[in-house]
Design a protein around this ligand. Structure first.
Ligand SMILES: [Zn+2]
Length: 258
């Protein structure tokens, strides 16, 4: 390749994305709900789907077989284009989610920082490797469509999971609710429901492609439990109890008379 197409390609992707995002009524609604302190995980989910769909459209319009050398998205092109654009998706979604989670914590009187998960680089690498392993871009371009939306939703699932786990481990009783949207498959229908953190199904955070199920959680009263849930084991609990017993024994033992 004597000509590096990536800088110009990224430039047009950036401009196209920013313009579509700026004009998106759904994103405007999401931002307004946040301003009014009314945003929930449903809105974070909607926000992520919209961001994902915009990026999918932008990639579809800008990355074409005609543009790519040999009609193939070689690794060094895929690596730079996909990493930059998915990083931006991550930054936008996590930024919005963090603001909403902060608000939810405040509303529930929980004095805890909103948790932010890391970007799942494995998922990004998976897309880069698959798209660049195919010699004919036209045969694999679907990968830059719906899977980009699924990737964006998975960021919300990660945010929710890290906040729920953090709060549960801090002694709160978060409830997780998963709802189906539209016609749901058997698997999704079986996962729908409201669960206590400690009784949730293993697959609660998982989704298949085109799955628009929503996952929400309620931090509960914001009050900590008086006792640790039986299912949550503080790894140092036994040691602490043992240490306290020892202290008591020492205190109770009468001082030897001299
Ligand atoms: Zn689903």
């Amino acid at each position: 390749m004597d000509n590096d197409i990536v800088p110009a390609l990224l430039e047009s992707i950036r401009n196209d994305f920013d313009q579509r995002a700026f004009n998106s009524a759904k994103l405007k609604t999401a931002v307004q709900l946040l301003k009014n302190k009314k945003a929930t995980y449903i809105d974070i989910n909607d926000y992520s789907v919209e961001i994902g769909q915009i990026l999918a459209e932008v990639l579809g319009a800008n990355v074409t077989a005609e543009l790519l050398p040999d009609g193939r998205m070689y690794f060094n092109i895929a690596d730079r284009v996909i990493n930059e654009t998915l990083q931006k998706n991550y930054d936008l979604i996590v930024g919005y989610a963090n603001d909403v989670q902060t608000q939810l914590n405040r509303d529930a009187n929980i004095h805890m920082r909103a948790q932010v998960p890391d970007l799942n680089q494995d998922r990004v690498d998976g897309i880069v490797n698959r798209v660049s392993s195919e010699a004919d871009f036209d045969k694999i371009k679907w990968l830059l469509n719906e899977p980009i939306v699924t990737f964006s939703q998975s960021i919300v699932d990660d945010v929710l999971q890290s906040n729920v786990e953090f709060q549960a481990k801090s002694g709160l009783r978060p409830k997780i609710t998963r709802r189906v949207v539209g016609k749901a498959c058997k698997w999704c229908s079986s996962l729908a429901g409201s669960y206590d953190y400690f009784d949730k199904p293993e697959e609660i955070y998982q989704r298949h492609e085109r799955c628009r199920c929503t996952v929400e959680y309620d931090p509960g009263s914001g009050r900590r439990q008086d006792v640790w849930s039986k299912k949550w084991v503080d790894p140092q609990r036994e040691t602490k109890i043992e240490a306290r017993k020892q202290l008591n024994i020492k205190k109770k033992t009468p001082a030897p008379s001299a």
